[in-house]
Design a binder for this molecule. Structure first.
Ligand SMILES: Nc1ncnc2c1ncn2[C@@H]1O[C@H](COP(=O)(O)OP(=O)(O)OP(=O)(O)O)[C@@H](O)[C@H]1O
Ligand SMILES: [Mg+2]
Length: 331
């Protein structure tokens, strides 16, 4: 796999001005997605995952936010300073998006076929017939049994899983280099979720499409992602290959997320939710944002830890003053 980032976010901080202050939604986030790579961002509700995915595509309403530092680059385009025209070319061209609620992403009053061929014709100079053929072949790839009749149906006539497969087919129809998927299967039941993720992954591998995959679900990360970033209160707390992070988590927050998972817990161990809540993002502490919930906190945690490799020869990084302690706990 080549090491060219299709997306790179460098030291990005975003805040939302609110009455008498600001919600600091992202605080110095750096991440990248290489060509063909599937990269997860995982964290609890409110950790800043959607702000990251929306910002990467510049979809936050103009004037609602401030970029206080950092930059974003997609295939060489400076996203923060890009015009709306540039962004429109990028969206649905080199970059496609899949969101959680497929019903809102499809127009309820138009048949699937017309919606698909419209998008395909807009981005790829194909005539109606060729666009229809491409739509049929993509729906087949998504294991939709009768694509011709699916094209004749309205979104409400399809199940949630079918609708999401239509949206994935649509996302691939423009041959994107990057797909940003924000909780794409969260609304589906577990079996359908698994099926849809397998299809998404198979197609991405076939076309060498990179995916930035946003989820709150560690079990999904374990099945789907090559690498993962763990986010907490708008900061990254751990990063590495899925294997490194899930099999040897170093940050107490990551360990807490894992302990809350029935699928990944070691037999006999107890499932536990992480006690406490995400801090108020308009009043973040100067030090580690997780300290108030952390079983291993010390005075040192009054300073903010930076994401650092756990030893010289590894890509596994953690932002914690006590990673060694966590290692002992892991044994
Ligand atoms: N327009 C806005 N104004 C003020 N605060 C906002 C705005 N948009 C997002 N936020 C805040 O930014 C923080 C991060 O939100 P975000 O939607 O990225 O969370 P998330 O990790 O995607 O959570 P979830 O898993 O629930 O989708 C939250 O505290 C949210 O309330
Ligand atoms: Mg979200």
């Amino acid at each position: 796999m080549t090491q060219n980032p299709v997306l790179s976010i460098n030291d990005l901080s975003i805040e939302f001005p609110v009455y008498k202050g600001a919600v600091k939604a992202l605080n110095g986030v750096s991440l990248h997605v290489n060509e063909g790579e599937i990269v997860g961002v995982v964290g609890e509700s409110g950790s800043g995952k959607s702000v990251t995915s929306m910002m990467a595509m510049k979809l936050l309403p103009e004037g609602s936010y401030r970029v206080t530092q950092g930059d974003i680059s997609i295939l060489g385009t400076d996203i923060i300073h890009a015009s709306e025209k540039t962004m429109r070319t990028l969206r649905g061209g080199d970059v496609a998006m899949i969101f959680q609620e497929p019903m809102t992403a499809l127009n309820p009053t138009r048949k699937i076929g017309i919606q698909m061929t419209d998008v395909i014709r807009l981005h790829r100079r194909l005539d109606n017939d060729a666009a229809r053929q491409l739509a049929i072949s993509l729906l087949k790839d998504m294991h939709i049994a009768d694509p011709e009749s699916t094209l004749q149906r309205y979104p409400f006539e399809l199940s949630g899983g079918m609708r999401q497969r239509v949206l994935i087919a649509l996302a691939f129809s423009c041959n994107p280099r990057l797909i940003i998927a924000d909780e794409p299967t969260t609304a589906l039941d577990v079996t359908v979720q698994k099926q849809v993720l397998m299809l998404l992954k198979a197609k991405a591998r076939e076309l060498k499409t990179a995916i930035l995959f946003i989820t709150h679900d560690m079990a999904v990360v374990s099945q789907f992602c090559d690498r993962v970033y763990v986010m907490y209160a708008g900061s990254l707390v751990e990063a590495g290959s899925t294997r490194q992070v899930l099999h040897a988590p170093r940050h107490p927050y990551t360990r807490g997320l894992m302990a809350a998972l029935p699928e990944l817990a070691t037999p006999g161990s107890q499932l536990q939710a992480i006690p406490g809540n995400v801090p108020d993002l308009s009043r973040l502490p100067a030090g580690c944002a997780f300290a108030s919930r952390c079983p291993s906190r010390s005075d040192k945690c009054n300073q903010k830890p930076v994401l650092t490799s756990i030893h010289e020869a590894t890509t596994h990084q953690v932002a914690c003053w006590h990673p060694a302690l966590q290692e002992e706990l892991a044994v």
